[in-house]
Design a protein around this ligand. Structure first.
Ligand code: HEC
Length: 144
């Protein structure tokens, strides 16, 4: 393929499709995008923690609030039992939807509480630990 044609193809596909290559089901894509949005906020805190970004208490607290807001939409994003070959969601989600919702609620509440608690660089690590625990708690049970 000539370079200009590749460029046009990439523009047409857009960044979303590139991040979740080949996912056609719109519900699956939406929940993956929701998860990616969570990961982007976690990275904001992670970069500060590792010293890759300057400490910014307001930005860290805002990232925690953004995670909480996004977590609130997790149950709605997973409500439809949508499947896609690229999806990593286990069917157990729909067998135990109440528990799945509780996991999302746990993330929502803990990050809402943590938002506002960051005032010094030393506050980043414990917050990150709590957030990661809430993410992996759900992934361990409901993600391939
Ligand atoms: C309530 C359960 C739950 C919580 C809480 C949760 N996740 Fe997920 N996550 C999932 C499931 C299920 C999938 C698989 C989605 C799919 O492939 O259909 C997933 C997938 C992902 C993906 C891959 C998305 C993709 O494009 O394939 C990332 C990244 C991710 N989660 C990050 C996070 C982060 C970061 C947190 C915490 C801030 C978090 N998740 C919290 C259930 C959860």
């Amino acid at each position: 393929m000539q370079t200009y044609k590749i460029a046009i193809a990439l523009i047409a596909i857009g960044t979303t499709a590139l991040a979740h290559g080949g996912v056609k089901n719109k519900d699956v894509l939406a929940r993956m995008e929701g998860m990616t949005a969570l990961a982007d906020q976690v990275k904001v805190i992670g970069r500060m923690m590792k010293g890759e970004a300057a400490f910014d208490a307001a930005a860290a607290n805002a990232a925690l609030q953004a995670i909480s807001d996004e977590a609130e939409s997790i149950p709605a994003l997973f409500e439809t039992e949508a499947q896609d070959p690229k999806s990593e969601t286990l069917p157990l989600v729909w067998e135990e939807f109440d528990d799945f919702e509780q996991q999302a609620l746990g993330l929502e509440r803990s990050t809402a509480e943590l938002s506002g608690s960051i005032s010094a660089p030393a506050d980043l690590r414990p917050a990150m630990k709590a957030v990661s625990a809430a993410c992996s708690g759900c992934h361990e049970v409901y993600r391939e």
